[in-house]
Design a protein around this ligand. Structure first.
Ligand code: GLU
Length: 499
């Protein structure tokens, strides 16, 4: 099995899973699936202060929701501290690492001075030169220390990156980095490389923000005589303003998109496009298409922009295509959150619920939008969209015509789109109004919004009783407007009479 592809996703549980991490996880997952390899989940949790179990749970939950299932793990680095210590000993005994007793403040001071003097400076520990007796004495005296890697003073390190191409680093620019902290915990550079070796990782696929770490890690591999993996550094994801995507650009956690009613398939599809293309202009891919077509060769170097509008558009495309039955559980959940679910919709009114989903599917970009559209069919406790009121209701002298339409609806028979349309047109004509002048306020009365599918379709599906209740509510609203208007006119008249 020497050739088996083994990749890993190695999150640090210092926060939720965000778009960048999810994209890294996805590309690893796709790569493994594409080549029949293994996808390993490793949790880099040696930073005790910043890692939490809660974050880990959220990361796992997000991965599961996205369907990024792992073949091995999760392996927690915090369970393997002895292993890293063994490797520290190995590097010490081969002369590649040394105890460093220098105080952090002194090193920082040197760094600051060099910066002020505008000098290039990298840390080279003086303690490299300590004799073994001197080291022993200091250890016996329990002097605080770290273990650092002895970086060669000269030479270059070339990383042949599968995405970024050849990148060469000067050894002289790399400091003697810490392998083991003063609390004996390994640093990222050590535990990351040790695990990649121990786990037989063949490809390290991760964000380009780690490219600058790579020469250090290559030095560790070489010091251990270990075979280098193939590195593939994915382009950075940027916000709309061209700066690296961060919290400033709004919520970007996978959990957030879950909560907002995005579909995992659409999120996966969108993430796949953040740095990869299939070589043509297709944008909608099934998971099976992605796994069969994904390759590192088609990962771009150029940094992609995260565009939430595009994600929403794509999500809308997914919602349109998914059979209503598949959307049901998620829509039900969203309706439950809105307090307008009732069990009948799962039982005797199941068809009605299906028809509602189908009616709104083509017009909803997220499950939440879908639920917002459906809610007015289940409850009358919805708000009227202010814009809609302004454009189509206020100042339009509608009370009479809406009342007339309400009465006419009681007589419509059979209750179907054709009859409903005929009835509305008759009422409008009778009131000397255009049909549209009645259609718009009726729509606001029925669903609270300016836009909806065809109003007669809405009416037919909603049914006579619900339509009546909603029109009654609009009639009450219009009566209040009339009252307010009359009062205002009286006040004006009274004020004028006083003059
Ligand atoms: N724990 C590192 C991170 O979350 C992993 C980097 C790597 O994949 O090597 O960024």
């Amino acid at each position: 099995m020497a050739d088996e592809v083994r990749v890993r996703f190695a999150p640090s549980p210092t926060g939720e899973l965000h778009v960048g991490g999810a994209r890294t996880a996805l590309y690893n997952w796709l790569y493994a699936k594409n080549l029949g390899g293994k996808f390993i989940l490793r949790v880099e949790d040696t930073d005790e202060k910043r890692s939490t179990e809660e974050n880990l749970e959220t990361i796992l939950r997000s991965m599961q929701w996205l369907g990024l299932d792992w073949d091995e793990g999760p392996v927690l680095q915090s369970d393997r501290l002895d292993l890293y210590n063994d490797y520290v000993s190995l590097l010490m005994s081969s002369g590649n690492a040394y105890y460093c007793f220098a105080a952090q403040e002194d090193i920082e001071e040197q760094r600051r001075e060099a910066l002020e003097a505008d000098e290039n400076w990298v840390y080279r520990g003086a303690d490299r030169e300590l004799s073994s007796d001197e080291v022993r004495a200091k250890l016996d005296a329990e002097e605080p220390h770290t273990v650092r890697f002895k970086v060669p003073d000269e030479g270059t390190i070339t990383v042949d990156d599968a995405v970024q191409g050849e990148v060469t680093f000067e050894s002289a620019h790399i400091e003697d980095f810490v392998l083991q902290r003063s609390d004996e915990k390994p640093t990222y550079h050590l535990s990351n490389v040790v695990d990649d070796i121990e786990m037989g990782i063949t490809h390290v696929i991760r964000g380009a923000d780690h490219l600058s770490n790579t020469p250090k890690q290559v030095l560790v591999y070489e010091a251990l005589n270990a075979k280098l993996p193939i590195f593939a550094h994915l382009p950075l994801i940027l916000g709309e303003d061209g700066k690296r995507l961060s919290k400033r650009h709004g919520a970007t956690s996978v959990e957030h998109f879950h909560d907002k009613g995005y579909l995992p398939g659409a999120v996966i599809n969108y993430l796949a496009l953040l740095g990869w293309n299939a070589g043509d202009d297709r944008e909608v891919f099934t998971s099976a298409e992605l796994t069969s077509e994904f390759s590192l060769e088609r990962v771009n170097k150029a940094n992609p922009k995260f565009d939430v509008e595009k994600l929403s558009w794509l999500n809308g495309e997914y919602i349109k295509e998914v059979p209503a039955g598949e959307l049901r559980p998620a829509v039900r959940e969203a309706l439950q959150v809105r307090g307008c679910w009732n069990e009948e919709l799962d039982m005797e009114r199941r068809d009605f619920f299906f028809a509602l989903i189908e009616l709104w599917q083509p017009r909803s970009r997220t499950i939440n939008e879908l639920a917002d559209h459906i809610a007015p069919f289940l409850t009358e406790a919805f708000a009227y969209e202010p814009d809609g009121l302004k454009e189509h209701v206020h100042g339009k002298d509608l009370l009479g015509v809406v009342q007339a339409f309400r009465e006419a609806l009681l007589q419509v028979d059979p209750w179907n789109q054709e009859q409903l349309e005929e009835s509305l047109r008759e009422v409008a004509t009778g009131a000397e109004k255009e049909a549209a002048e009645l259609i718009h306020p009726t729509r606001i009365a029925l669903v609270g919004k300016k836009a909806s599918p065809g109003i007669f379709e809405v009416l037919e599906l909603m049914g006579r009783e619900k339509a009546r209740v909603r029109l009654d509510r609009m009639i009450r609203y219009l009566s209040k407007l009339e009252e307010a208007k009359t009062k205002r006119l009286e006040q004006i008249a009274a004020a004028a009479a006083k003059k």
